[in-house]
Design a protein around this ligand. Structure first.
Ligand code: PBG
Length: 308
C-alpha cells in the first residue's frame, strides 16, 4: 500500500506534570501517560531513537485559579520541562501548547468576564502572551496558541518580537472546532469546562466559512503554520485550508479519534497498524503537511519493521 507519510511528518503530544518518578495512566486514553519531567526525558530518548523529531507539550499544574496563573508564573511546569528537554536534546523540535484551560479553576480557555460567561479579551491575551513568552525563554522552538481568543496570534507575535524572540515560531490552532472528539484529552489535561461549553469561542462544526476565515486571520497576524483540528471529520477543511493558505499546514488527529481506533482494535474490529496507516494516509492526502497524533510512536516503530 502506498504510504505517503514519514516519521518527521508526525508530532507527538506529551502531558507533563510536577514531581518525579511519575508515569501515570489516563482514564479512557489507552497507552497514553502523564509524565514527570525525569520520566519524560527518558521517554523522549526512545522517541528520538524511533526517528521522531517533533513533540508538542501540554502542562498540568499542581494548582488552578481563576486567572490560570500557573500557566505563566515563574518556573511554570511547561517552561521547566522545555528547559530540561532542550538541555538534553537540543536538536529536538519542541512545540508548546499555549492555553489556559488546564490552569483555570473553571476550565475555560481564557479569563472570564465578571458574568462568568464570556472570555475577557484583554486579560486573556495578556495571559497567553506571558505564557508563550515564558516558553520561548525556556527554549521552545514553536508556541501553539489554542485558546481561540481573537487576535491571539498577533498578540503573541508582538510579545515575542518585543522581547527578542523573533525566531520563535507560532503554530496557530487556527480552525479549532467545538468538537465531541476531545474527551480523553480533557481527562489527560483535567481541562473540561466546569460549566457551559466552548461553543462561544470554538467553531461550529457545520461552518466551513468561519474556519477558513480563522485561518486567513492567523496568516495575516503572522503565524508560521496553521492547523485544522480535529482531523478525520474535517478532511474537507484540511483540503480547503491547504488550497487557500500559503503556510505549512498541521492537522490534529485528536484524542477521541485515537481512542476509537484503540478500542476498536481491542475488540478485534480491525488491525491497528493497518487502520492507522489508512488514517494517516488520508489526512496527508487531504493536504496536511504535519500530523499531530498520539499514534506517532507506534507508527515510527511500525515504519521500522521490514515489511510494513
Ligand atoms: C484546549 C485543547 C484541547 C485539545 C488540545 N488543546 C481540547 C479542548 O478544547 O478541550 C484537544 C486535543 C485532543 O483531543 O487530543 N486548549
Amino acid at each position: 500500500m502506498g504510504i505517503n507519510f514519514k516519521e518527521t511528518d508526525l508530532i507527538y503530544p506529551y502531558f507533563v506534570v510536577g514531581g518525579t518518578g511519575k508515569k501515570v495512566k489516563i482514564k479512557s486514553f489507552p497507552d497514553t501517560f502523564r509524565y514527570s519531567v525525569d520520566r519524560l526525558l527518558k521517554d523522549i530518548e526512545n522517541t528520538g531513537k524511533l526517528g521522531l523529531n517533533k513533540i508538542l507539550l501540554f502542562g498540568i499544574p499542581d494548582a488552578k485559579d481563576n486567572l490560570g496563573s500557573a500557566a505563566y508564573g515563574k518556573g511554570n511546569i511547561v517552561s521547566y520541562a522545555v528547559s530540561r528537554i532542550k538541555r538534553e536534546f537540543p536538536a529536538l523540535i519542541v512545540m508548546t501548547d499555549v492555553c489556559l484551560c488546564a490552569y483555570t479553576a473553571h476550565g475555560h480557555c481564557g479569563i472570564l468576564e465578571r458574568d462568568g460567561r464570556k472570555i475577557e479579551q484583554k486579560g486573556t491575551l495578556n495571559a497567553l502572551s506571558k505564557t508563550a513568552l515564558s516558553h520561548a525563554e525556556a527554549g521552545a522552538d514553536w508556541v501553539a496558541p489554542s485558546a481561540m481568543a481573537k487576535r491571539q496570534v498577533s498578540a503573541i507575535r508582538h510579545a515575542l518580537d518585543k522581547n527578542g524572540y523573533k525566531k520563535t515560531k507560532i503554530m496557530g490552532y487556527s480552525a479549532k472546532f467545538a468538537s465531541n472528539f476531545y474527551g480523553p484529552f480533557r481527562n489527560a489535561a483535567d481541562s473540561a469546562p466546569r460549566s457551559g461549553d466552548r461553543s462561544g469561542y470554538q467553531l461550529d462544526y457545520a461552518d466551513l466559512g468561519s474556519a477558513l476565515k480563522e485561518i486567513e486571520d492567523d496568516v495575516r497576524e503572522g503565524a508560521d503554520m496553521v492547523m485544522v483540528k480535529p482531523a478525520l471529520s474535517y478532511l474537507d477543511v484540511i483540503r480547503e485550508a491547504k488550497l487557500k493558505s500559503p503556510l505549512p499546514l498541521a492537522a490534529y488527529n485528536v484524542s477521541g479519534e485515537y481512542a476509537m481506533v484503540k478500542y476498536g482494535a481491542k475488540q478485534g474490529l480491525w488491525d491497528e497498524k493497518k487502520i492507522v496507516f489508512e488514517i494517516m494516509s488520508s489526512i496527508k492526502r487531504a493536504g496536511a503537511d504535519f500530523i499531530i497524533t498520539y499514534h506517532a510512536k507506534e507508527i515510527a516503530g511500525w515504519l521500522k519493521e521490514k515489511d510494513h
